[in-house]
Ligand binder design. Structure first.
Ligand code: GRF
Length: 210
């Protein structure tokens, strides 16, 4: 069983998709051991509770320095025996110290087709605003390993979603979640948990037998 820690900041619909996929067994060999939110009011923590999963808040505001916050975060991750860290809408940067500790063991979901609309400043609705402003016909989502850059790590899975003439950033955000994020994030976890993902020379190789 691959032990997962899921890091969240908001509504937690991606967390919900992971938990439901584990319950329905479309994700196998994985269990969520801990949910960490940087925001005590995040609905994601309620979702964790409803599924009987331990959820805690660790916020930079509780610590005198960023470094102490990072140490506390790393301690929770190691104490719960996390083998894969899943960033599911976590809005706080992961420091190199944690990235190195969990090398190729941290994954992130990003709501665009990387390398479009990613990097510093591209999070939340801003990503979808930029896609609509640019007039792209296709957007989507990407699951990637986290390295020390912003959205620069090896890409695991991507799924395209059509952009409609009538889209607003909110409508596009919702469709990208429904048609891409909630599918590819659990799928990536399933593939990793079943040893079907390798990183070679900075690129991901997948043994995708269905
Ligand atoms: C998603 O759009 C995700 O791609 C982004 O933040 C959002 C999180 O939504 N990184 P939720 O908290 O999973 O509902």
């Amino acid at each position: 069983m691959l032990r997962l820690a899921v890091l969240v900041s908001g509504g937690g619909t991606n967390l919900e998709a992971i938990l439901q996929a584990i319950e329905k067994k479309t994700v196998t060999n994985a269990e969520v051991c801990l949910v960490i939110s940087n925001n005590a009011g995040a609905y994601a923590l309620e979702r964790a509770k409803k599924h009987g999963i331990r959820g805690i808040c660790i916020s930079p505001r509780q610590y005198a320095s960023r470094d102490e916050f990072h140490q506390a975060l790393l301690k929770e991750l190691t104490d719960c025996g996390a083998e894969l860290v899943v960033l599911a809408g976590f809005l706080v940067g992961i420091p190199p110290m944690i990235v190195e500790h969990f090398a190729n063991r941290i994954i992130n979901i990003h709501p665009s087709l990387i390398p479009s609309f990613c990097g510093k400043g591209f999070y939340g609705l801003r990503v979808h605003e930029a896609a609509i402003e640019r007039g792209v016909r296709v957007s989507g989502a990407t699951v990637h390993f986290v390295d020390t850059g912003t959205d620069t790590g090896p890409i695991i899975l991507q799924k395209a979603v059509e952009v409609l003439e009538t889209d607003t950033p909110k409508l596009l955000q919702q469709r990208v979640m429904e048609q891409a994020e909630w599918i590819i994030l659990p799928r990536a976890i399933h593939l990793i948990a079943n040893n079907r993902v390798r990183v070679e020379d900075g690129r991901v190789c997948i043994d995708d037998r269905g």
